[in-house]
Design a protein around this ligand. Sequence first.
Ligand code: DGY
Length: 328
Amino acid sequence: MPGSKLSVVVTRRLPEAVETRLTELFNVELNELDKPFSPDQLVAAMQRADVLVPTLNDTIDARILAQAGDRLRLIANYGSGFDHIDVQTARQRGILVSNTPGVLTDDTADMTMALMLTVMRRFKEGSNLMQSGDWTGWSPSALLGSRLGGKRLGILGMGRIGTAVARRAKPFGVQIHYHNRKRVHSDTEAELEATYWESLDQMLARVDILSINCPHTPSTFHLLNARRLKLLKPTAFVVNTSRGEVIDENAFTRMLRAGELAGAGLDVFEKGHQINPRLRGLDNVMLLPHMGSATTEGRLEMGEKVIINIKTFADGHRPPDQVVPAML
Ligand code: DGY
């Protein structure tokens, strides 16, 4: 109805300032208890809202979309990755989808570097030793790790985050290698002194560290399958701050346990929070609970993006961060 406020349902708690501003602008339903929606609750929300603000915890597939109400016109995702949303089906049903790109880049790249250093320098074992009270003092032979400088870093996915990782790694003395669907601009390659590998297989065999920074799409699902993982050197470290689905987690876990890889820093897992239990308890594996973008600043900026996307849509324009199937 012209002049009336859009009805917006938000599936999780967002920063207070974001919720306040959303409430000023729209008819908003917040999730005060922050309990993730069940599929039925999600469908019900999609039947009563003009705009849904989901997060990566809400799987919005074709089955769920088929039950959405006619009034649902926009899914303004609070997050950059949109692999939990069937964008193609949404488009066919005339529902726009937007995300929050760009504002998570630096935080995620910072954490990628932290994970790299943590596993290579064995900080987890060092910290465990301190916490246990068993440390008996400095030793010339204790907890020797691998130096980051001089190593070859292979970046799988040289988009915003991959490039930000390369920019951070280079001053550490790391040599940058990358595989991407498209070669990046020659200026960026020159700035990073980066080597492009058209063949992922060839790059994998040559790198000391692999950082996964590509999105999860149908073509990157299990891109690192058992065969490709075996191409990595047994001294290689793997860091994943993108999406767990890019790695065959079971094959990867078997290799880590068998000592066929040097270590891993993982912020994301193939089945969300249901991680392979055999990944736990390994000294050379650092597991984090998907916190790559978990900064106060980042979460606020994500909220601002969501607000801009909805407001622009409400004003009759395309949301600036609209995602389309061609981006998959
Ligand atoms: C995203 O936005 O997709 C991130 O994975 C959440 O931190």
